[in-house]
Write a protein that binds this ligand. Structure first.
Ligand SMILES: Cc1ncc(COP(=O)(O)O)c(C=O)c1O
Length: 411
């Protein structure tokens, strides 16, 4: 039985595995190499961005932006609730305080609540484009202009999404992307910054040059990920053996975790911030070439869910058509479900829907809300939504038939 999963190396294809396998035997190519600049150039050219700076993650990318903005010292940064601790911890890391604003029905930051959360300590507002659905950028930008605040675009979910015919990432004073394992494209870890505010340009560039490359051990962990996940773990995942092997790989540090237990306590591991290593740039370039195909596929699978859910009025489809927004459907969120129940039922059928994005306003749900400065009750809409949301998979390894199988869970 094929393992249908929303995560577990979702974007990996055969050529990605071969590429990682070949790199394993060439450690001299792991840290420095020409592919880092090649990736940055491809990125600039594809999106028409004036500049691009690579890092080993979205987390490191965000740190570079906050440092360039000289944010720290108990400054406040407004972020949305229903986010990931990976988006919040960099703010705490630089010494600033994340202030949470509530979300609207599209799972993005609510302009109405942002206005209420601005104080004289606020330095920036970060918008998220949750699951690839562009936020109402214009409304938020107006608030930034009126209050002299920086706008940061978190495009971790939105590689290739557009707002009013321009790519997400074009609007922030600075914007960042992620090539993490469950993102639009994946080099297991990786990130990119683009800077639109000239005054920040030199600072981000300087920061990138100052920090280190990750260790060889860390790079090897990431190179092993597409190989071991696809050749050993996934084929066996429907049995206890496969799940046990994955646990063992993680416990023995043979594979990396996407988020560590330290991060659930509001602290970043020592490999953030670091530069993008060449080996992962090689993987990212290969995935970047497939961006359009991946996003076309996601749209097609989203259409399948759309057409099937039309007749299921008890469930609520989140992403509405909007002429100003070109959505990339990193995932397909559905509301009015009991996430734990559906995850459990799905597992019985060999379908793994636990992507961590439910059960807490800062995911994964093991995150200490106190440590990430979330005040219970401050974002009621988000607190309500996380109790009844589930995301369905749309990635390249999900066929239309798989999508129909996933949908059967709603019957
Ligand atoms: C919304 C959001 N922002 C930022 C990040 C951080 O990206 P990365 O995992 O590349 O550090 C993530 C993912 O972890 C995310 O989901």
């Amino acid at each position: 039985m094929k393992t249908i999963s929303i995560s577990l190396s979702p974007n990996t294809e055969k050529d990605d595995i071969s590429l990682a396998f070949n790199l394993i035997f060439k450690p001299w190519k792991w840290k420095r190499g020409k592919e880092i600049k090649d990736l940055e150039r491809m990125f600039r050219n594809y999106f028409g961005f004036k500049n691009a700076f690579s890092f080993n993650s979205g987390r490191s990318s965000l740190i570079s932006i906050l440092k360039a903005m000289e944010i720290g010292n108990a400054d406040e940064v407004i972020v949305q609730a229903f986010t990931c601790n990976a988006a919040v911890n960099p703010i705490i890391y630089v010494g600033a305080i994340p202030i949470f604003a509530d979300i609207d029905e599209s799972l993005n930051i609510s302009a109405e609540d942002v206005v209420k959360k601005v104080t004289n300590k606020t330095k920036a507002i970060m918008i998220q484009h949750t699951f690839g659905y562009p936020a109402n950028i214009e409304e938020i930008r107006k608030i930034c202009v009126a209050n002299n605040l920086y706008l940061i675009e978190d495009c971790a979910h939105a590689l290739g999404a557009k707002y009013k015919d321009s790519f997400c990432g074009s609007f922030g004073d600075a914007s960042f992307f992620s090539f993490g394992r469950d993102k639009i494209i994946s080099s297991v870890y990786g990130g990119m910054v683009t800077v639109n505010n000239e005054a920040l340009l030199e600072k981000v560039s300087h920061f990138q040059k100052e920090i280190n490359y990750p260790s060889l051990f860390w790079i090897k962990q990431q190179l092993l990920h597409p190989i071991l996940m696809n050749k050993i773990v996934l084929p066996l995942y429907n049995s206890k053996i496969g799940r046990g092997i994955l646990k063992m790989f993680l416990n023995l540090n043979i594979l990396s975790k996407s988020v560590t237990s330290k991060e659930n306590q509001g602290k970043l591991p020592s490999y953030f911030p670091e530069r993008m290593p060449n080996a992962l740039a090689v993987l990212a370039i290969n995935q970047f070439k497939k961006l359009q195909r991946f996003n076309e596929h996601r749209k097609e699978i989203a259409q399948v869910y759309n057409s099937l859910l039309v007749n299921k009025k008890e469930f609520k489809v989140v992403f509405k058509k909007d002429k100003d927004k070109e959505v990339v459907f990193l995932k397909y969120p559905v509301l009015n479900v009991n996430p734990l129940k559906i995850v459990k039922e799905a597992r019985k059928k060999g379908i793994y829907l636990n992507d961590g994005w439910f059960g807490s306003v800062v995911v994964p749900s093991l995150t200490s809300l106190e440590n990430v400065c979330y005040i219970i009750g401050s974002c009621p809409q988000a607190e309500e939504i996380v109790k009844r949301i589930i995301c369905l998979p749309t990635h390249i390894n999900i066929s239309r038939n798989d999508a129909k199988k996933v949908f059967e869970l709603f019957n």
